[in-house]
Write a protein that binds this ligand. Structure first.
Ligand SMILES: [Zn+2]
Length: 144
């Protein structure tokens, strides 16, 4: 890990304007990371201890590992997942499952957007089918 040191307050003010971290690494090079509102990036912030960084990193690592395992399991099972978009109820069930998956972090919101677009298109197609069925039924009634 790069060791950083504190620079003067003038440097902090300058860096705040550019939203760049005020920290410098051991060789004196600028940190280059984006700063928090206090002018420091999370790695250089003198108010955060190494223990806090370590704890947060391992917590983040555990979360990332859990998410990766869940994603791998979902990808492995994806071929077995039945996707039914043939009825309004089926579309709603897919959207409910999707909402749960987004909430637990198993589906990236960007991917969720694609699935919502697919569900919307399927709903539209279902709507058109209902209209066509109604029209056909009316025409049958009239020809009697
Ligand atoms: Zn920094």
């Amino acid at each position: 890990m790069e060791k950083t040191e504190v620079v003067g307050s003038e440097g902090v003010v300058q860096d705040m304007a550019r939203r760049r971290c005020a920290g410098r690494n051991a060789s004196g090079k600028r940190c280059g990371r984006s700063s928090q509102p206090n002018g420091w990036c999370w790695m250089c912030d003198p108010n955060i201890t190494d223990e806090q960084r370590k704890a947060a990193r391992s917590k983040g690592g555990v979360q990332a590992a859990k998410q990766a395992a869940l994603l791998a399991a979902m990808k492995a099972g994806a071929a077995d997942i039945e996707v039914d978009l043939s009825t309004p109820l089926a579309c709603r069930r897919l959207l409910e499952a999707l909402a749960k998956a987004v909430l637990i972090g198993a589906v990236h919101p960007q991917r969720s957007n694609a699935l919502v677009a697919i569900a919307n298109a399927a709903s539209k197609a279902n709507e058109v089918q209902v209209m066509l069925d109604l029209q056909a039924e009316l025409e049958r009634e009239r020809s009697r």
